[in-house]
Design a protein around this ligand. Structure first.
Ligand code: GMT
Length: 387
């Protein structure tokens, strides 16, 4: 089975990292000649351009007066079943366990066949927060056990998955990747000019503004830096902590130096303007935004937590600090901003690491091999046709 594969991809369509990785992977697979079908409740945010090999299937959830909670998981399973049958999918690759893995298992069970093979990629909070929640623990474990192949985006997340769920199967680590042609150092004079940034140092942060991201720490680190030298902070993204972060910037007298840009389609333009990227999270299973910053030649100031140390090499492509160590992070930032040669060397090392260790080709090859291995294991019976 070396030819063209028909692949279903299910992900959250938002700006989050799992949706970004799923979309980049799906489009890369389509560019290799595979037929790719995205299945989600909205067109994925990163699926900007037309790709001849890509089709989007939208889940719509019918309502009924009895439903207090319209069952998205069932509507998703139903559409997965239909796409798998009509498009004869070989593989269904789901990103984020809940509810995607469970819906995929249900879809295949409804088809009463052994296809499509189910590949589940765990991304982080689906295991550490959502999966560990009592209400979702067993469905998450069920989704893992019934998938043919399960991958995590870092070794740290694999170890957490084993610790929390003790799965009876091997969990493969396949790191995330970055498109180094899109995320690349670029002349940002025009963007800086439009943002009203002069020759101040620029710190950037990109996230979904959830509590785990500790955006308040990013603002406090910035305030310490801005007390010592002219500086600006650019924050891209949106989420529940944004109002608090805006209030904090105001309280600290930083409102005119901290710019909240909201969700950005071309986040690489923001990253390319930055001198440092700040990611002070409680835990990141991987930290895709940090990798994208590195690919743009921006050193990362991030926490020594979760899988982030697998991405950022402390003292080489950035600086790692303990969660909550605002003084330590600020002094590392000031040290780096004061030493242009060291910053330049780190910028170069960050870009090189992103290119050499996290380029698309190797990761896309690995997923392709995993798909073929999953198909080779499964009996060849095609999905049974419905009545
Ligand atoms: O932060 C989230 O809950 C969102 C989640 C997602 O679905 O995008 O992010 C996780 O997956 C990303 C892609 O693999 C990783 O880069 C992020 O580190 C991870 N977030 C956390 O572990 C907090």
């Amino acid at each position: 089975m070396n030819g063209r594969l028909r692949i279903g991809v299910c992900c959250y369509p938002t700006y989050g990292g799992s949706g970004a990785v799923a979309t980049e992977l799906g489009t890369a697979l389509a560019e290799r000649g595979h037929e790719v079908h995205f299945i989600s409740y909205a067109r994925p945010a990163r699926l900007l351009e037309f790709h001849p090999g890509v089709t989007f299937h939208k889940v719509s959830v019918s309502s009924y007066p009895l439903f207090r909670y319209p069952p998205y998981d069932l509507a998703l399973a139903s559409l997965m079943r239909e796409v798998a049958e009509v498009r004869e999918l070989d593989v269904l690759h789901v990103h984020y366990a809940i509810p995607h893995a469970v819906s995929a298992v249900l879809a295949r069970a409804m088809l009463e066949g052994s296809r499509p093979a189910i590949v589940t990629t765990l991304h982080g909070t689906d295991i550490t927060i959502v999966g560990a929640d009592r209400s979702y623990f067993h469905p998450t474990r069920f989704g893992i056990e019934r998938s043919d192949v399960v991958t995590t985006v870092s070794s740290w997340l694999r170890d957490e998955t084993v610790r929390i769920f003790a799965p009876g199967k091997e969990i493969r680590v396949v790191p995330n990747f970055v498109d180094t042609a899109r995320f690349t150092p670029r002349d940002c004079a025009l963007t800086r000019d439009r943002l009203g940034v002069g020759d101040e140092a620029v710190l950037a942060h990109v996230s979904n503004f959830r509590p785990v991201k500790r955006v308040a720490d990013a603002i406090r680190i910035f305030a310490r830096v801005a007390a010592e030298r002219p500086a600006r902070m650019l924050l891209a993204g949106d989420g529940p902590e944004r109002p608090h972060a805006e209030e904090l910037a105001q309280e600290l007298g930083m409102r005119d130096r901290v710019q909240f840009l909201g969700e950005q389609e071309r986040v690489e333009m923001v990253l390319a303007c930055a001198d440092l990227f700040v990611l002070p999270s409680d835990a990141e299973s991987f930290g895709l935004s940090a990798l994208e910053a590195m690919a743009c030649g921006v050193p990362v100031l991030g926490t020594r937590a979760g899988g982030l140390p697998e991405v950022v090499e402390d003292g080489v492509s950035g600086h790692l600090f303990d969660v909550g160590d605002i003084d330590g992070a600020a002094s590392a930032a000031l040290g780096l901003l004061a030493d242009a040669d060291r910053r330049e060397a780190m910028s170069h090392a960050a870009r090189e690491r992103a290119r050499a260790e996290f380029g698309a080709q190797r990761v896309v090859d690995t997923y392709e091999q995993l798909y073929r291995a999953a198909l080779a294991q499964a009996p060849t019976t095609r999905a049974a046709r419905g009545p």
